[in-house]
Design a protein around this ligand. Structure first.
Ligand SMILES: Nc1ncnc2c1ncn2[C@@H]1O[C@H](COP(=O)(O)OP(=O)(O)O)[C@@H](O)[C@H]1O
Ligand SMILES: [Mg+2]
Length: 237
């Protein structure tokens, strides 16, 4: 009788992959400085990121988006509350195949070309040189900057450098992708392409994706829109 199983049931069964909890924040906070110069950048944030999360993080400048992303990526430590990565008790950041961050500012290695920057994490993972460079060039082409592979970072515009950083993160195959205003310096079409590539990579890798943005069109491409105000997560839908 297995031959009569409706195809929709068969395909939904075969596509099932378990949803994995990747980040758990419990009343996490981050205060910079002390006493009367203290700045509460993130205040008592509780949230969970899973392998199927597709989250837009919205909020005005200074509301704590970058600080929260850095905390969730394990690049910074909360000064109150806790952040846990159930799959990686030591945190995600010893290994680029765990978490990748596309930073708001420039993060490319100055002495390496665009393609070498993208290939770099693969080389750290033991991928052979030619294979790493070939995958790097493929990712640059996906982001419509295939012609820029041999340029050095200081020959790139801000928007081009941001796309190289995006290519580097998706190529290294992480299970968590944090993108801090990745379309901030891009025109609409290039920005849409970056979001396409991030969503495709997240689906392919089974990775959780969190994108901070000011752009409501970008935010609408994600499944959930979370909003920050004065360091607090005020809406999670
Ligand atoms: N390293 C730091 N030292 C002191 N204050 C900081 C630091 N990083 C961020 N802040 C402050 O924390 C608040 C939140 O900043 P940020 O997370 O960058 O917000 P957003 O990304 O939403 O613009 C701001 O008031 C900012 O000035
Ligand atoms: Mg920011």
């Amino acid at each position: 009788m297995t031959g009569s199983t409706p195809s929709s049931v068969r395909s939904s069964t075969s596509r099932q992959t378990p949803v994995e909890t990747l980040v758990v924040c419990e009343a996490a906070g981050r205060t910079f400085g002390k006493g009367n110069v203290a700045v509460v950048a993130v205040h008592e944030v509780s949230c969970t990121i899973t392998s199927t999360s597709r989250i837009a993080l919205l909020g005005p400048s200074g509301s704590g988006k970058s600080t929260l992303l850095q905390l969730m990526a394990g690049l910074d430590q909360p000064t109150s509350g806790t952040i846990a990565w159930p799959a990686w008790p030591g945190g995600p950041f010893q290994d680029p195949s765990r978490a990748g961050v596309i930073f708001q500012g420039l993060s490319l290695i100055p002495g390496l070309t665009a393609a070498e920057n993208v290939a770099f994490p693969l080389l750290l993972q033991g991928v052979e040189d030619r294979e790493a460079m070939s995958r790097a060039r493929g990712s640059l082409a996906l982001l419509d900057i295939g012609a820029l592979g041999d340029k050095l970072p200081d020959e790139l515009s801000g928007g081009q450098a941001q796309r190289v950083a995006t290519a580097r993160v998706v190529t290294s195959g992480p299970r968590l992708i944090f993108a801090d205003e990745p379309t901030g310096q891009l025109d609409h079409v290039s920005g849409e392409r970056v979001i396409d590539v991030l969503l495709e990579a997240a689906a392919h890798l089974g990775a959780g994706l969190v994108v901070s943005t000011h752009d409501s069109t970008v935010a609408a491409r994600l499944d959930e829109q979370w909003r920050m105000r004065d360091g607090q997560l005020v809406v999670t839908t």
